[in-house]
Design a protein around this ligand. Structure first.
Ligand SMILES: [Zn+2]
Length: 266
């Protein structure tokens, strides 16, 4: 199907190529993950300006040839997420979000809900970065320490809630309503990546213990909008991350980066 293609896209990655070009890894609503080349984009007078950078939400004109790589012929900014770019923590979280989408949805299969989810995640990180800056400015005269809020978008809880929603979109959501091995509804004490969900006391052989806080975080995160991600303690979040990692490794053969940078609270 050669010819012009018009699509919205989020730039997942942007790699230098040759003397002045960039290869873009894009996530689109209707074509899944797409790679495209932007020629001459690193020249000072490129008509694309600085908008073919990671995390930009763009309206793109592409040309599809015979190869897998499309060519960028036009680009308009839909969202730049400018505040996000001023906050190292939000930038790191955005990079991990884009990496997770790229790894879990690496084909051309359309998942418009995943595109919307990624836009939502970037918006929340952008809004959170602005709030953090305002908070610091407000306290500037008081000499008080900068507070990092648990459960903030850029924290571990926000990252894990996003991953759980990606798993749901991929048909890999952990089974939480009953033992994933035998169907028992009571005494759910562990989590098994191999079984893909919680397990009861009788089936716990290949599982690790799951605290009530980790269980309620997962059910809450799957059922609520991203903006309402529940909080949880570090130990519970550690168990949630392990549950996600083991399920994805076992059922999708995908290994993700750690959900948050070392030492990131909430
Ligand atoms: Zn069981």
């Amino acid at each position: 199907m050669a010819g012009p293609v018009k699509t919205e896209a989020i730039v997942l990655r942007s790699l230098r190529y040759g003397e002045a070009d960039r290869i873009l890894h894009l996530y689109t609503p209707q074509r899944g993950r797409v790679s495209a080349i932007a020629k001459g984009v690193r020249r000072a007078r490129s008509r694309f300006g600085g908008r073919l950078e990671p995390f930009f939400r763009l309206e793109l004109d592409l040309h599809e040839g015979r190869g897998e790589l499309l060519t960028v012929t036009g680009a308009q900014t839909v969202e730049a997420y400018a505040r996000l770019r001023t906050d190292a923590r939000a930038l790191d979280a955005a990079a991990r979000a884009c990496d997770a989408v790229g790894r879990l949805f690496e084909t051309a299969e359309p998942h418009p809900n995943v595109f919307n989810l990624l836009c939502r995640r970037l918006s929340l990180l952008d809004a959170g970065a602005g709030a953090a800056v305002a908070g610091r400015a407000g306290r500037a005269g008081g000499g008080s320490q900068i507070q990092i809020h648990r459960g903030s978008a850029a924290g571990r809880a926000g990252a894990l809630a996003f991953r759980l929603k990606l798993m749901l979109a991929a048909g890999l959501a952990p089974q939480l309503g009953a033992c994933a091995n035998c169907g028992e509804r009571e005494h759910l004490v562990g989590f098994s990546g191999a079984c893909g969900g919680v397990v009861c006391g009788t089936c716990e052989a290949a599982s690790f213990p799951l605290d009530p806080g980790a269980y309620s975080f997962m059910t809450g995160a799957l059922g609520l909008p991203l903006a309402e991600t529940p909080g949880a303690g570090e130990q519970a979040l550690g168990q949630v991350e392990r549950a996600i990692s083991e399920t994805l490794e076992h059922h999708a053969h995908v290994r993700l980066m750690p959900a948050a940078a070392a030492g990131t609270a909430g």
